[in-house]
Structures are given as structure tokens and as C-alpha cells.
Design a protein around this ligand. Structure first.
Ligand SMILES: NC(=O)c1ccc[n+]([C@@H]2O[C@H](COP(=O)([O-])OP(=O)(O)OC[C@H]3O[C@@H](n4cnc5c(N)ncnc54)[C@H](O)[C@@H]3O)[C@@H](O)[C@H]2O)c1
Ligand SMILES: *[C@@H]1O[C@H](CO)[C@@H](O)[C@H](O)[C@H]1NC(C)=O
Length: 447
């Protein structure tokens, strides 16, 4: 228009029209904003009603959209945080022994988290669980573990590590003395499918937890799960804490290694007491369906063939399988020897404890032997396919040197693989309602 010379009339008309439009717009705006206000009010009321009804199930939002079933729309800010909910949080966190701890267990509905929570509760510590119940593996198993915790008076808050308002709220309600941080995206192979989930939980989630913990008054002492996978392509045998850990073979391992460095930073800047535990292939009842001993059991029972890896130079793949009860003792030992954090109000007041320990079994077992133990326990012959290990993040062998954990908190694994697997299989057949095969006259000890 600015370039048309002879349009003064139409310009006036245009101005008048635009004036009318503005008036109409203003009216429309007023009307629509009234409508908007009413609709908003209605929606808010509906939401409040809905949340009150559904209380106290649910909570924080899922972070890894691809594997989560819960919607992150339901942020914890206004959901599941009423007076009754607060009471549950308080009750669960209150110790029942003199000088008992008040512990926040993240990943409480997970395999190791459930076992640790039960053990701590049993000796009289206050335990509050936190888990986002993501669907990396069958969430109904996590719900079953949650029920088990709940039967033992342990309340599990459903929230993500990245849910800052929720974490702040929990620390506002409870002066946690300790955090046992076990929530993580686990699994080596899945990292090639969904790398972002590892970043979300193991890096962003861990940092978020540390941010909240450093600002908390009092600051808790933190014990958290690193992994034997940090040793990666390390050639020393057994793996000792002072060995190199700068050659991770998977993104999972890299995020755990990053966690150890991040722990160093928060210890250095804020005086947080931090202990990292490098678990070696943990197995047992209530275990993880994505792990070999678990899906071998499933597949053998269903008559499906199983893949047994051999390394590129033809040797057998071996793991330092560690029974979950031994890991629990290690976690408890680490908590008991954890010194207090020294910071306050986000400021460091002095040097604080920073530790890393191996928690393993110290006796690697080849996958072939794992399978023959399972065959004996299940009384079924496995259909074995021996294949060369694909380059998917797995390492050829693991073997823990646990001298340090033994020296500092008398860590001593006591369960061998045959004994531990017997307990696992017993749980498995009862949990999944498997009919045990009729035993032959001479019980086969395929071991
Ligand atoms: N089981 C092993 O062999 C083994 C070995 C080495 C290290 N670890 C480490 O030990 C810890 C426990 O392992 P596990 O075997 O019990 O695994 P798990 O998957 O059974 O337990 C982890 C739990 O954390 C929850 N979680 C994951 N991301 C979360 C998030 N962002 N917010 C809230 N909750 C979240 C999951 O829902 C799950 O219930 C993990 O840190 C794992 O990396 C395990
Ligand atoms: C095991 O670790 C300790 C340190 O914790 C070390 O002194 C010892 O040499 C290691 N043993 C082996 C066999 O590597």
C-alpha cells in the first residue's frame, strides 16, 4: 500500500475498516477471554476432582517418551501431594530404631532397589521409595515389587528423577540422612536402541538429584550404583578400583563413568558425601527380565533356542555373577560407613568423603556353566546356539577385586552361582506359576 500513489480514498476506507476490526477484536477478545476464564476454571475444577479421585496413585511424569507409559502432563506440582500423601511419605521415612537412618531409595521398584529397601526397613531404618515405573521391562513386575514394599510399610512415590518440584517437596517434608540412588537406565544393549534414555536418567536425572541434595538442609550422604561396565576394555584381571576406566564399551558404561566424574564434582564443590558402588552382574529373585540368566530361564522353559556368546578369539564369555543378597550387604555396609556431607545451604564447609568400591563375587563363571546349572534346576535340556558376540557393548569377561570393600566394611560375598540360581528359579516358577517338570528317577545334576 505504501507504494500506491493514488489511493487516499481507499486508504481512509481501509483505516476505517481497520478501526472497526480493532473494535470488534476488542469485543471479541473480551468475550473470548471471559469464555477462556470460565473454561479454564471448569478444567481446573475437573482436574482437581479427577486427581482427588485417583489419589494417591501416579505422580511424576515420564521422561523417556519412547519407553514410558505415564504422561508427563501430570506433573507432581498439584497431583498426589495432599495431606494424606504427606503422611504416608513421613511415616515411611521415619526410622523405628534408635539412631536409625532416614533413607530415600531411588529405583525402589527396581530389582536391587526392592531388596535393599526391604533389608533397610527390616533393621528399622525409615525408607521412602521413588520410581518412575518406566516400561523398559514389564512394568507389572515393578508393580508387584511395589506391592511387596507396601506390604512391608514402604511407600513408593511415583516420580521421575528429573521432577525437581517433587524432589524438593520430598526433601522439604523429610530430613533424609541418606540417599541410596539406584534409579537408572540399565542394560548394555538397549543403549544402541534408545541412547537418550541413558542421558535422561543416568546423567540429567543424577545431576538433578545431586542439585536437590546439595541444597537440602541437612545434606544427605549419597550411596549410588555405578557399574563394573566402567572397566570396559580394561585388560587387568581382576578389576581393581585403581585400574583404568577410560575405555567404556557401551554408552551405558560411559554414562556410569560420567556419573563417577559428576560425583567427584559435587563432592568437591558442595561437600556432598558420595560413594559409588560398581556392581558386577547382579542376579536373584525378583530379577531383571532383560538379563541373560532370566531370559535363558524363560526360553529354556518354553523350548526356545538360546544364543550363547563366544568372544572374537573363540574363548567363552564369563561374568562375575553376584547374588543380590551379597550386593544388599555391600550397599548397607557402604551406607553404614558413609560419613556425613559437610555442606550446608548449598555451600561446602570442609572436605567430604568420596569413595568408589567394587561389589562383585570374585569368581567369574562361563556362560556355558550358567546354562548347565539352569538345565539342571529346570530339568530341561537347552537348545544352545553358540555364536560370536556381536559388537553391542558387552565385554568378554568381568572379575571383581573386592579387597577395598572388604577392608572398609567387611564386604564378603557368600553365595555361589548354583546356590543363588536355585533361589532364583524357585522364585521364578512360583511368580510365573510354572508347572515344574516331573523329576527323573535320578535327579540330573547337569552342573
Ligand atoms: N543388576 C545389575 O546387574 C547391575 C549391574 C551394575 C549396575 N547396576 C546398577 O544398579 C542399579 C539398580 O539396577 P537394577 O538391576 O535394580 O535395575 P532396575 O531397572 O530393575 O531398577 C532401576 C529402577 O529405576 C527406575 N528408574 C529408571 N529411570 C528412572 C528415572 N529417571 N526416575 C525414576 N526412576 C527411574 C526404573 O523404573 C527401575 O525400577 C542401576 O543403577 C543399575 O545401573 C545394576
Ligand atoms: C586388589 O585391590 C587392592 C587394592 O584395593 C590391591 O592392593 C591388590 O593388589 C589388588 N589385587 C589384585 C590381585 O589385583
Amino acid at each position: 500500500m505504501a507504494f500506491s500513489p493514488d489511493l487516499s480514498k481507499s486508504t481512509k476506507l481501509e483505516r476505517y475498516n481497520s478501526y472497526l476490526r480493532r473494535v470488534n477484536n476488542t469485543k471479541l477478545l473480551a468475550a473470548s477471554s471471559k469464555l477462556l476464564f470460565r473454561v479454564t476454571l471448569l478444567v481446573a475444577l475437573l482436574l482437581v476432582f479427577f486427581f482427588t479421585l485417583n489419589y494417591p496413585i501416579g505422580g511424576g511424569g515420564g521422561q523417556n517418551a519412547s519407553i514410558h507409559t505415564t504422561s508427563r502432563f501430570f506433573s507432581s506440582g498439584f497431583y498426589g501431594t495432599g495431606a494424606a500423601w504427606e503422611k504416608q511419605v513421613r511415616q515411611s521415612s521415619t526410622p523405628r530404631r534408635p539412631n536409625g537412618f532416614s533413607i530415600l531409595v531411588t529405583g525402589a521398584a527396581g530389582f536391587v532397589g526392592t531388596h535393599c529397601s526391604l533389608a533397610l526397613r527390616k533393621r528399622g531404618d525409615g525408607v521412602l521409595g521413588l520410581d518412575n515405573f518406566n516400561s523398559y521391562y514389564d512394568p507389572s513386575l515393578k508393580r508387584a515389587r511395589q506391592n511387596l514394599l507396601s506390604r512391608n510399610q514402604i511407600f513408593t512415590v511415583e516420580a521421575d528423577l528429573n521432577d525437581t518440584p517433587m524432589l524438593n517437596k520430598l526433601f522439604d517434608i523429610v530430613p533424609f540422612t541418606h540417599v541410596l540412588h539406584l534409579a537408572a537406565q540399565a542394560g548394555v544393549r538397549y543403549a544402541m536402541k534408545n541412547p537418550q534414555s541413558y542421558v535422561q536418567s543416568n546423567i540429567a536425572g543424577f545431576i538433578n538429584l545431586l542439585e536437590v541434595a546439595k541444597a537440602a538442609v541437612p545434606q544427605p550422604a549419597i550411596v549410588w550404583a555405578s557399574s563394573s561396565s566402567v572397566y570396559g576394555l580394561n585388560k587387568d584381571n581382576p578389576f581393581s578400583e585403581m585400574d583404568r576406566t577410560d575405555q567404556p564399551a557401551s554408552l551405558y558404561a560411559a554414562t556410569k563413568k560420567a556419573g563417577e566424574e559428576i560425583a567427584h564434582t559435587y563432592n568437591h564443590i558442595y561437600g556432598l558425601s558420595l560413594t559409588g558402588l560398581r556392581f558386577f552382574t547382579v542376579y536373584g529373585p525378583w530379577g531383571r527380565p532383560d538379563m541373560a540368566y532370566f531370559f535363558f530361564t524363560k526360553d529354556i522353559l518354553q523350548g526356545k533356542p538360546i544364543n550363547i556368546y563366544k568372544t572374537h578369539d573363540g574363548t567363552e564369555v564369563a561374568r562375575d555373577f553376584t547374588y543380590v543378597d551379597d550386593i544388599v550387604k555391600g550397599c548397607v555396609g557402604a551406607l553404614d560407613t558413609a560419613e556425613k556431607s559437610t555442606g550446608s545451604g548449598g555451600k561446602k564447609r570442609g572436605p567430604a568423603q568420596l569413595r568408589v568400591y567394587n561389589l562383585g563375587n570374585t569368581s567369574p563363571v562361563g556362560v556355558g556353566r550358567l546354562v548347565s546349572i539352569l538345565e539342571g534346576l529346570l530339568n530341561v535340556k537347552a537348545k544352545k546356539h553358540v555364536i560370536t558376540m556381536p559388537r553391542n557393548g558387552d565385554v568378554p569377561f568381568t572379575h571383581a577385586n573386592v579387597t577395598l570393600a572388604h577392608k572398609d566394611f567387611a564386604y564378603k560375598p557368600t553365595t555361589d552361582l548354583a546356590t543363588g540360581l536355585r533361589k532364583f528359579v524357585k522364585w521364578y516358577v512360583s511368580y510365573y506359576g510354572v508347572q515344574p517338570k516331573v523329576k527323573k528317577d535320578t535327579p540330573s545334576e547337569a552342573e
